[in-house]
Design a binder for this molecule. Sequence first.
Ligand SMILES: [Mg+2]
Length: 343
Amino acid sequence: MTPRDLLLSEVDLIAALAREFGPPPPEVVVGIGDDCAAIAQEGGQCLLWTVDTLVEGVHFDLAYMSLEQLGWKSLAVNVSDVAAMGGQPKQALLSLGWPPARDKVLALEFARGLARAGRDFGVTVIGGDTVAAPGGLTVTITLTGVVAAAAMVRRAGAGVGDLIYVTGCLGEAAAGLEILRRGLKPDPSVSAPLIEAHLAPRPQVRAGRLLAEAGLATAMIDLSDGVATDLDHICRASGVAAHLPAASVPVSPLVVAAAPLLQRDPLKLALNGGEDYQLLFTTSRERTGSLETAFARAQLPPPRRLGEIVAGQGVWLLRGEEKFEISGQGFDHFRLDRSTEQI
Ligand SMILES: [Mg+2]
């Protein structure tokens, strides 16, 4: 293989970078390859540490998103990574790349949204950096969080026979993005919540903490790039495969309602579309009763069962007697498209 072949996908690039950096020191409980890094602290706690970058033209378009909305979402997507480890988000650093030609006063609109997200999620912005970015606005946020070491949930840990769940319906953010991108005008009762799902995702911090503290999840990830890609991360980290019966996929009824106008298969939006920012997790089969009771007691929406962990490799969609591999068909930043493979 040539170096170029090695760097074809995001997964391959991260693996190659990790090899360059070498293994982490012993106090690092989780290094490269999870939603957050985790560093052991005194008193049985772990410090969680994550970073995310949003780039104008790749992750957002200010033609259909305000700077205040961007500020809010920039923190929310980081909070979702802390939620995916079962943690509580704490402090953030911001690096803001601002186009020199754009009025700097507008940066305050961005800051207003970021500060509002901070209040919503209990996060304080405590420092950062500003830099000129002639190529377009870029936002990088570093976020810390805390979790009890014994409760922390990783991507590795899914076992054969475990059941796969998601904390909510799928495909809404992807459908909302399609509506915004293409300037479509469906019935507002359908389009407004879909657009909201794209612009203002709700990271599932309470659900993540509940799953971790009650020991209900064997593996967990947040859905940023789509089930097809994010579940594949769990499968690779855990050395297992996933079976998803097509009829079990919890496609949002709003996505089904918008599908004729979008001319998109709702199942594909649910499996390949990104940015749902729900939590995808696995639970051992004997804990499913406790899982449902715990969510009901916490007044959280019931988790939706998506499929089952099996021996093997990859994420497979089951339709009747046939099965189709869908691993990695979600968003990949180094392909910059969403797969249109037949499923
Ligand atoms: Mg993540």
